[in-house]
Design a protein around this ligand. Structure first.
Ligand code: PHE
Length: 502
């Protein structure tokens, strides 16, 4: 009992603190942890496709575009898919605080594995990165939420500050890891990403005391015996899952069955589809939901599909658009020929520049502020226009021209206009629509849509050299704009399904 009181007391103290821009000091700890984690993620992602497709002689792996796209899609989608598992492990076994620590250690170790000159350690590194990000990314956001009491008016602005941390990390790392990777070898770039995560870890450990007891313990049922049993079962499930995975990897490596990146990527696609069917069958057809909860789940499904399609176009920043930046774009700034990875600076730069503008705009519109489905439709429209604008450039590139860098910058600008419509409202709309029993689950559902988007973004890169570029970019544009039109028609019915949630 004493420890319960201590817990409440320490959480209260952390929440009352206002020393970080009027927010609890613990927010600064989480801000910098996530900043460094994203530094590591986006620094690595900025050079991943170049490393995969570069010749072995130049320090790459010499993969075809098709194989590289599969590895990219598999990696980026697994990272977010495992956030589902990471949330569950934290709830049942470790608590969020320890999950973030373990995740950070895995990520740093993963980046250093990538830095080693071996293909086996490369794959081992990718697996560590997937598991590490799965443990860290969702859980660090959950701790942010715990820093505020129910109804604390600072919560939303706290998450906005946190979103800035994400984008500051994403902004600087392509410049640093990209430059190092380009000049000193891709593997050195991965090592720098690992050093960034280490910095984040040190900061997290030293700043931990400002978090009070937020996220320290796994969720409790109120019955210690039951808690213990749940914990043991969860640990067995995780151990079993890892053992099966390890066995499959070993058998594959030993040549017992044929494993190709494309094959595994396709299996993952089917698995993602299966998960979506199971999750939404449960939410829509499961027993025990009230009619309103069921309607809201139908609205979630609409937003979910829109979100997956949006990220499918957006996340090509690290796949097909990276290839376009490298192979077909003239890159020069004030006489300096910069590496193609620097293009990845552009999206987060526009996010940081325009997030305050959007926040102001929605406020200024007051009653005329668009509903969440309308914002999602706008997001998709921007996402589609971003690719439509690139079709003429793709035609020129098709004829062998190096196009001006402003094409890609415009594409990234339009994409970001879309992200700002969709991403900040997305999670909050999902959590408000979620049935109470599934509230924690919703963060995972949101990541699932990102995961599917990343998977599709990898598929697009796989087609890069087998499909004419104008057709590839044109199809992405047509898909997104088509989806925007359909969603626009669905705005009213979806708002009705939302039954009162804004
Ligand atoms: N830029 C966002 C981030 O890195 C992209 C994202 C959105 C990732 C939603 C996951 C979920 O956090």
């Amino acid at each position: 009992m004493a420890s319960q009181t201590d817990h409440a007391q320490s959480l209260k103290l952390a929440r009352e603190d206002r020393s970080f821009f009027g927010h609890p000091r613990g927010l600064a700890t989480l801000f910098f942890t996530e900043m460094w984690e994203r530094f590591s993620y986006y620094g690595m992602r900025a050079i991943l496709i170049y490393f995969l497709t570069d010749t072995i002689g130049k320090g790459g792996l010499g993969f075809t575009d098709s194989k590289a796209g599969a590895v990219y899609g598999l990696y980026a989608s697994m990272v977010y898919l495992l956030c589902l598992g990471g949330g569950w492990v934290a709830d049942r076994i470790t608590g969020q605080r320890r999950a973030v620590l373990i995740g950070g250690v895995f990520i740093a170790a993963g980046e250093f594995c990538l830095a080693m000159p071996s293909e086996v350690s490369f794959y081992a590194g990718l697996v560590l990165l997937m598991m590490g990000t799965g443990m860290l990314k969702g859980n660090v956001s959950t701790i942010v939420g715990q820093l505020y009491q129910q109804g604390d008016p600072r919560r939303d602005s706290g998450f906005s500050i946190f979103y800035m941390g994400i984008n500051i990390g994403a902004l600087i790392s392509p410049l640093i890891c990209g430059w190092v990777g380009h000049n000193y070898g891709w593997r050195m770039g991965f090592a720098i990403a690992g050093v960034g995560m280490l910095a984040g870890l040190i900061q997290y450990v030293l700043g931990g005391r400002h978090l009070g007891s937020a996220g320290l313990h796994p969720a409790s049922t109120g019955d210690p015996v039951k808690d213990q049993r749940q914990k043991r079962n969860a640990a067995l499930a995780v151990g079993g899952g890892l053992a099966v995975f390890g066995l499959i990897a070993l058998l594959g490596a030993a040549g017992v069955f044929q494993m190709t990146a494309e094959g595994i990527d396709n299996i993952e696609g089917w698995a993602l589809l299966g998960i979506v069917v199971v999750v939404f069958s449960w939410l829509l057809l499961g027993k025990g939901w009230t009619p309103i909860e069921r309607k809201r789940s139908a609205a979630i499904l609409v937003l979910f599909i829109a979100s997956a399609l949006f990220w499918a176009a957006f996340e090509q920043a690290g796949s097909s658009l990276s290839l376009f930046g490298e192979r077909s774009t003239h890159r020069s700034l004030f006489g300096y020929d910069y590496p193609a990875s620097w293009f990845q600076f552009v999206q987060p730069f526009f996010v940081i520049a325009f997030a305050p503008v959007y926040a102001w705009l929605w406020l200024a519109l007051t009653k005329r502020e668009p509903s969440s489905p309308a914002k999602f439709a706008l997001g998709l429209l921007f996402g589609g226009l971003a690719f439509a604008i690139l079709v003429p450039a793709a035609m020129m590139a098709q004829n062998g021209a190096q196009v001006a860098q402003w094409w890609l910058v415009t594409t990234y600008f339009l994409q970001t206009m879309g992200e700002l419509c969709l991403s900040p409202v997305g999670l909050s709309a999902m959590t408000k629509l979620a049935p109470e029993r599934a509230a924690g689950f919703m963060m995972g559902i949101w990541f699932l849509s990102t995961s599917i988007g990343n998977w599709m973004a990898g598929k697009a890169a796989s087609l890069y050299s087998s499909m004419p570029l104008p057709t590839l970019f044109g199809s992405v544009a047509a898909f997104s704009i088509g989806a925007a039109v359909v969603l626009t028609l669905l705005i009213r019915p979806t708002v009705r399904l939302m039954s009162g949630v804004k």
